[in-house]
Design a protein around this ligand. Sequence first.
Ligand code: GDP
Ligand code: IMO
Ligand code: MG
Length: 437
Amino acid sequence: MIIVIIGAQWGDEGKGKVVDLLADRFDIVARYQGGHNAGHSVYVGDRAFVLRLLPSGIIHPDKTCVLGNGMVIDPKAFFEEVDQIKAQGVEVTPDRLKVSSRAHLIMPYHQALDHTSEERLGNEKIGTTLRGIGPAYEDKVGRRGIRVSDALSPELLRLRIERNLEEANRIIVLFGQQPLRADDIYNETAPLVERLRPFVTETSHFLAQARKANKRILLEGAQATLLDVDHGTYPYVTSSNPTAGGASVGAGIPPHHISGVLGIVRTYATRVGEGPFPTEMLDDEEPIAYLIRERGNEYGSVTRRPRRCGWFDAVATRYAAELNGFDSIALTKLDVLDELEEIKVCTGYKIGDAYVDTFPAVANDLRSIQPVYETLEGWGESTVGITNVEDLPAKARNYVRFLSDSIGVEIGLISTGPERGQTIILKDSVMENWFRG
Ligand code: GDP
Ligand code: IMO
Ligand code: MG
């Protein structure tokens, strides 16, 4: 069985928590796109983990984790994370961590180019994580990237660095920065690549063999649907395909071998960085945004930037459900809304006088959207840590039902806190089936 987990909004929906929870029932957890722009937080008892490159399954000692071909990997960040997680008492060996030979490397000049690109854009900047993600994918598509397998050959690594740096330095110097030196980059990268060698695997073959042996595989999306380079709020997106199709390409798994798709949806929306956000709480709603930000700890787990907060957007989430084919939804952060008297849900958009119920392609259209809201009553009591749906206040249950109806997909899991146990699994749901299986 192969299940894909995908963020339905603009990221940080709580994918880490849900993957950690489900990982218990799976044998392998694989990432298929993105890099260390992701930040997936997992709480286990009094231990807190933030996973960036490593799949969230790594915390479970008996699970194998895979970094798929669709990822971009900064070798320095990789070992920083491996060392960090080891220091937290998790064993990380090549036995249980496999890195695709076809993944691309993020090099120091990619980070420099991420900075210059943002600087050049000025007011139009994307608000990237500045981790070099976009420039690394540009090199991949431009057919000059350095794959893990290339880097394992020292001659090839040096050659590629020299050739690519020539071009990168032209831009870097244009922006008044010091040019980078090929020797420095090579001397820094070569030992890291050597250390990476035992982890390098033909991961698509490894996953195919595992599937044949009836192993259960979880594919962990990073970023989210509305940050997808094809389907998101372009150009304010990341440079990969977090959506379900991307899982097939980025892990090297035939589409028809994927058994199901789980969407992760927050009870509200957030966004980090720039770009259109139709239901964003602005001005007079800033006190509510503040409350949500504090209760929900809505600060970037990588950059600590305060996340922009907004109401649940049913149009955007329906769009995500349609694109990914969600079979079930895990609804996170119900408890964060406990104190609100009223909760708004965006059920449609108006652009000028026209009512639209589909997600426009053009960023400017998205900016001029007037969300159409329905207002629901809050429940005004704590749902923190509730594990039985019957124990939820009736108005909270009503809110969950309203969201499920407006998306048109079952909600199979409700999360009532950051910890593993603070979870409700709904009986007779598709989700329960995966969880039990
Ligand atoms: P991801 O990027 O999708 O994995 O999400 P992040 O980990 O970046 O952000 C989600 C944050 O919400 C983390 O700090 C989680 O620990 C936390 N979280 C997840 N589910 C819940 C929940 O149901 N309630 C609360 N209060 N926090 C949650
Ligand atoms: P997780 O996996 C939220 C955003 C950045 C920026 C845009 C492009 O934790 O949900 P990039 O560095 O990828 O080129 O930045 O995408 N972004 C995220 N926002 N959660 C993430 O990951 C994100 N990864 C990138 O803020 O707007
Ligand atoms: Mg995150």
